[in-house]
Design a protein around this ligand. Sequence first.
Ligand code: ATP
Ligand code: MG
Length: 352
Amino acid sequence: MLINASGLLHKCDEPKPVQAVRAEDSSPAVPSVSVDQDEEKLPVSNAHGSTGSTDSGGAFAAFQSLVASLAPKVDRDEVAAMIKAEMENIVVPTRTVVERLIGDRKIIANSHEKLADVTTDLLSGEHVLMVGPAGTGKSTIAEQAAESLGLPYFSISLSPMTPASQILGYMQAEGEYVRSLFREAYEHGGVFHFDEFDNGHPSVLAVINASLANAQMAFPDQMVKRHDDFRCVASANTYGRGPDRAYVGRQQIDAATLDRFSIETIGVDESLEYSLCMASGLGKDEVLRVLDYVRNLRANAEQRAMTVVISPRASVGMCRLLAAGKTWEAAVESRMRRGMSDKDWGKLCANY
Ligand SMILES: Nc1ncnc2c1ncn2[C@@H]1O[C@H](COP(=O)(O)OP(=O)(O)OP(=O)(O)O)[C@@H](O)[C@H]1O
Ligand SMILES: [Mg+2]
């Protein structure tokens, strides 16, 4: 019989007392065991009370290498090239967002890339002259700019025959004043658009100039004060320096009138053109074929200073005709060639 130092009877199987208690853990009720021994020799208790060992570590490594061998090999450069190629196929037209001071926002999807510039000019109090080839979307920009600003929109198209009375209004024989759209915008505010500005008669442009130069103006019935929210936006195919090869009938615009406007150049927005073509209902591959064709001819016309205008109206028109079942040749004849001589047509189609 063996007696312990404490004087109690010794039992041979008695477990040894716990050796280390975590210093920060002073509660004997929930002891926490810190194990310093070599992991390779002793089992280690995990959070769920199960045990792990050298064997499980090896199995995990084997599992990892198995997963690695099963995963497809990824070549970073190859993936980057694939993403780049896909991105090049994505054509997204500009989405113009106007944040208004009163807290709401106006979003115009499918807008021309220049809508934001024109809207900003108008917002700053400037009048704007948009200059660009036919069919690039100038009139649409004017309308959308008014919408963006939350102002009423008015528009008239000028020609050499447009009389001043269409701007100022006129007095009837009985002495009653007939108001014009311009008077409405001038007096109560709004965006007034003069389409084909460089096609107007010089005497009418002089009236417009006077209306922009002064804060008030004489209408046939009375003097009228210009509203703070009156803005003028004009569109033209030339910069007002007179006719050119493509736009032969255009007027030279007086320098003082031109000086009243900020000028924005409006070119073909190819993303918008693509989107308008897609809206024709023609399949994507055919739309891309039309755009490739039209843009090559457009570049040729420009390089060779030809007088033809190949606007987005031509590409959209071609897509519409093809979607309606016309043959490629018939669509080309109707929308592109349009009676052009063999010589000019050959020049336009060179290298295509
Ligand atoms: N953002 C747009 N969204 C939808 N359709 C558009 C847009 N911009 C232009 N279009 C369409 O494209 C065509 C040409 O546009 P628009 O009349 O505005 O061009 P323009 O530059 O004023 O032409 P022009 O010089 O002949 O007066 C129109 O049929 C118009 O409806
Ligand atoms: Mg127009």
